[in-house]
Ligand binder design. Structure first.
Ligand code: GLN
Length: 248
């Protein structure tokens, strides 16, 4: 029986807009394939050894929570997170968690927060928040040979800009994405996937959830050949309804 070990970093602080839904989707989709899943919560003050995990998840938080965890993430866990990123560990980082992986965040009210710099990206807050449903298209994941159209929900003040080593996760078809101007959404570096889309991301986009699970299992098991298909009737209905509403 395959095993999948998921680490949820700062679940008590980075948990906005249903981000827990991403953990539930990873867990259930793996269990439906008879994969043995463990989810370990790791927060401020806890020890963190990335070797123990196959997927590391960081959710979104408001500026307030991001400030609370800043010392712990930079001083206690930062070196381990950066090693894991460079060692090609699979990460999913959403909104505030995405911003934390970058170099810094200048908040809309003028605070400057130094962040991990695990990824070459940075964030500058604006007074107007970018709120609403979003659709973006990602050529990194195929949907029967076409780029996958991903649906989600965003709510952020930060505008994120990508440096040279980081690719966007996708192109925005409806909504704002990284900064509302360059037309890109999210970021990918090695096996780190970042997005502004919150807790409906993996439940509504099963291809993306399976992509992350497959990458993680390939790393742990040389002989892993791929996931069995699931029916995904409800997931596809939810996704297609969103696509029809947002792209009309
Ligand atoms: N604090 C960040 C912002 O407003 C992230 C918000 C979030 O994670 N929803 O840009």
């Amino acid at each position: 029986m395959y095993q999948l070990k998921i680490c949820h970093l700062y679940p008590d602080l980075l948990n906005t807009y249903g981000d827990m839904g991403n953990i539930l989707a990873l867990k259930r989709r793996a269990q439906w394939r008879n994969i043995d899943v463990t989810v370990t919560n790791v927060t401020i003050g806890d020890s963190f050894d990335s070797e123990e995990y196959d997927i590391i998840f960081l959710g979104g938080g408001q500026d307030y929570e991001q400030e609370i965890i800043q010392n712990d993430v930079l001083l206690q866990k930062g070196a381990e997170i950066k090693n894991a990123v460079e060692g090609s560990k699979v990460f999913l980082c959403i909104c505030g968690g995405y911003q934390l992986m970058g170099k810094y965040y200048k908040t809309w009210d003028g605070k400057e927060l130094e962040y991990l710099g695990a990824l070459d990206l940075w964030t500058i807050g604006g007074k107007e928040r970018m709120i609403g449903n979003i659709v973006f298209e990602s050529g990194l994941i195929s949907d029967n040979g076409s780029p996958l159209k991903i649906v989600g929900f965003e709510n952020h003040s930060g505008r994120t800009y990508l440096g040279d080593n980081v690719r966007p996760l996708g192109k925005v078809l409806s909504g704002n994405g990284n900064n509302g101007t360059d037309g890109f959404e999210g970021a990918v570096y090695k096996n780190v996937y970042c997005s502004y889309s919150h807790g409906s991301l993996l439940p509504k986009n099963p291809h993306l959830a399976d992509h992350l699970i497959s990458m993680a299992l390939k790393q742990r098991y040389n002989e892993f050949e791929g996931l069995t298909l699931l029916e995904d009737e409800f997931e596809n209905a939810a996704r297609i309804t969103m696509l029809q509403r947002l792209l009309k």
